[in-house]
Design a protein around this ligand. Structure first.
Ligand code: SAH
Length: 264
């Protein structure tokens, strides 16, 4: 299998980047240093991988498509600090992936869109210190949304609860081969262990999910879905200085934390 007769697979979200300037910019954006250990997800033909190997201490790349063995094998012979693993990064247990790294590590990925959210949440719960990822532009807008905007929702609150999200650059569809139907944004998600935490994180997660249940409903009506008496909800809102006719999208992450601690 040579790259000349390689057929791009839609089911694996294969949209490759060949532009050298963009690839270098991604490595700079990811703040890779000669001390950084990198987990790359979906190296494809290895264009970004090559630049990462030149900048980082070590790169471990997880690729699902074994038809990419030829170009990635060649790259492995060229760079002694590269290891390629042919596995599904979503299915591989996090403990297995992390055996590759001594301490923390940076995730870098031009991700297939269909696994954006599960992968981000998988690595938010891991030892990875940052994730530099290419995502659909609309998804980036959701992660970066401020309260009171239409893009503000469950993913916004759940990511910003644990991490800070930085917008890096917009990448037009024409930068990819083949071009997808949407534009992309490169973002960096940096975990922040100093962020305030809810007393019960499981309850916090279900509170956020229930709060955004039906967009047209008020917060109180959505929260009745938690099977908590209305009186208790109203008094908790009052203690948190949240209006009784508020809607979920008006609450900051800190509001959700106080409400969670108040209700539980
Ligand atoms: N990083 C390359 C390729 C991006 S396309 C570049 O920028 O050019 C996305 C890549 O992710 C493809 O190579 C695809 O085969 C791979 N991929 C898709 N799903 C995956 C999964 N679950 N685990 C690992 N790799 C995956």
């Amino acid at each position: 299998m040579t790259m000349e007769n390689f057929v791009f697979k839609k089911k694996f979200g294969q949209n490759f980047i060949y532009d050298g300037n963009l690839l270098s910019a991604i490595v700079l954006d990811a703040k890779i240093t000669p001390q950084t250990e990198v987990l790359e997800i979906g190296p494809g033909e290895g264009t970004l991988t090559k630049k990462l190997c030149a900048a980082a201490k070590r790169v471990v790349a997880y690729e699902i498509d074994r038809q990419l063995q030829a170009p990635l094998g060649a790259l492995q012979s060229e760079f002694s600090n590269l290891e390629v693993v042919f596995e599904d990064a979503l299915k591989a247990p996090i403990e297995e992936i992390e055996k590759n790294f001594g301490g923390d590590y940076a995730v870098v990925a031009n991700l297939p869109y269909y696994i954006t959210s599960p992968l981000i949440f998988k690595f938010l719960a891991s030892r990875a210190s940052s994730l530099t990822v290419m995502v659909q532009k609309e998804v980036a807008q959701r992660f970066l949304a401020k309260p009171n905007s239409k893009d503000y929702g469950i993913p916004t609150v759940m990511i910003n609860y644990q991490a800070n999200v930085e917008y890096l650059r917009t990448v037009g569809r024409k930068m990819f081969t083949p071009p997808p139907n949407v534009d992309s944004s490169l973002i960096r998600i940096v975990k922040d262990p100093a962020k305030p935490k809810a007393k019960d994180e499981k309850f916090f997660a279900s509170l956020v999910k229930t709060a955004f249940g039906a967009r047209r409903k008020t917060l109180v009506n959505n929260l009745l879905g938690l099977n908590i008496p209305k009186e208790k909800i109203l008094s908790a809102l009052n203690k948190c200085s949240i209006s009784s006719d508020a809607r979920a999208e008006q609450l900051s992450v800190l509001d959700f934390i106080s409400l969670s601690d108040q209700l539980n």
